[in-house]
Design a binder for this molecule. Sequence first.
Ligand code: GCO
Ligand code: MG
Length: 402
Amino acid sequence: MKITAARVIVCCPGRNFVTLKVETDDGVYGLGDATLNGREKSVVAYLEEHVVPALIGRDPAQIEDIWQYFYRGAYWRRGPVTMSAIAAVDTALWDIKGKVAGLPLYQLWGGKSRNGVMVYGHANGKDLAETIDEVARYIDMGYKAIRAQSGVPGLASTYGVAKDRLFYEPADAALATENMWSTAKYLDFCPKLFEALRARFGFEHHLLHDIHHRLTPIEAGLLGKSLEPYRLFWMEDPTPAENQEGFRLIRQHTVTPIAVGEVFNTIYDAQALITEQLIDYIRATIVHAGGPTHLRRIASLADLYHVRTGCHGATDLSPVCMGTALNFDLSVPNFGVQEYMRHTEETDAVFPHAYTFERGYMYPGDAPGHGVDIDEKLAAKYPYRPASLPVNRLEDGAMWNW
Ligand code: GCO
Ligand code: MG
C-alpha cells in the first residue's frame, strides 16, 4: 500500500478548521486534524511546503517511522506548528490503519479500559447568579463534571465568559481584541463562586476551573488553598508553564489538584511536571502534541507518576481530533476526564461522526479508524475567515498572559 496524495482542507463552518486527508492507492483514506487556533495558515504552509511532498509514495502502515522522520528529520524540533502538522499526519495514518483492520482505534490500542469517557462541559456566566444557572443547566443535561467560569465584578471582560450559550469561542475578531485583568479582583471573587456553587449543588458533581495562566505561582498557591473546602476536580493552568519549577511552589501550598498542558506540544514540556508529580492531570491533546503516537507516550510516562489524562477539547479541536481523543480516552489506563465543548450544527454536518454523548459520558463508536469523516462539498461552502485569540492587559495597561 502506498500514499498517493495528501491534501489540506481549510473550512470555517462556524470556526476555522484545518484537516489533512491522506489518500492511498487502494482507495482507503485517513483524516487528521491540524487546527492551530489563530495560526491556522502557518500549519497549512508547513504541511503543504514541507510534509506533503515527503509523504507521497510512503507505506502508510509505517506510522512510527513516518513520525520519527518528520520529528527527527526536521532538525528544527518541536513547537506548535511542527507538532500540529506531525499530529495531522499521524492521526490520518492511524485512521488508515484502523480502516484497513476494520477496527476502531481503541481496539488497536489494547481495547477498552472503561465503558465510557467522562466529559466535562463549560458553564459560563457573566456573574455569579448566571453561572449558578448555567451549572444547573449542565446538571440537567446529565453532565457529571462541569467547568465553571464567571465574570469578575469590576472587570469588563473575563476569560471564559461566553457570548453564546452553546459554547465559549474566544477567537472572534480578525485582529486580537483586548481584555482586562486584575489578579486582586479575581482572587477576591473566585472562592465566593465555588462556595456558592457547593452551597447550591452539594458535592455530587465534579467542579473544574480554568485560571488560564493568569497567576504567579505564589498567587496560585493562595487560590488553591482558598478553594480546598470546595474540593475542585482541578484548577487548570494556574501559571504559565514555561517555568516548570514554578509548580513546586504551588505544590508546597495547596492540595487542590492541578491540570496543565493544553498548549504543550511534546513530552519534554511536561517532563519535570510529571516526574516530580507537580501536576495531577496532563491536558496535552492529539492535535497539538504530535498525534496519538506521541500522546500515548506522554500518557505512559504520566501513568508511572499517578498523573492522569485530561485532554483539551475546546471548539478549536475539530471533530476529527475529538473522535481520535475519545478512542485514546477509552483505551488509556490512566484516563481522568475529557473536555467537551459542543460544536455548531454546521461543524457537525461538515464532519459526520460516530461519537455520541449520553448522560455525561461520550463513546467513540465502533466505526473503523477514529470514526470521523469530512463532507468536502459542504466544507467548500465555508471558506476560511481570519480570527485571532484575544490579548490581555492589566488595569495599568501592561501586557499580561491571556
Ligand atoms: C480550554 C481552553 C480554551 C482555549 C482555546 C484556545 O480550557 O478549553 O483554555 O478555552 O483558550 O482552546 O485555542
Ligand atoms: Mg484551558
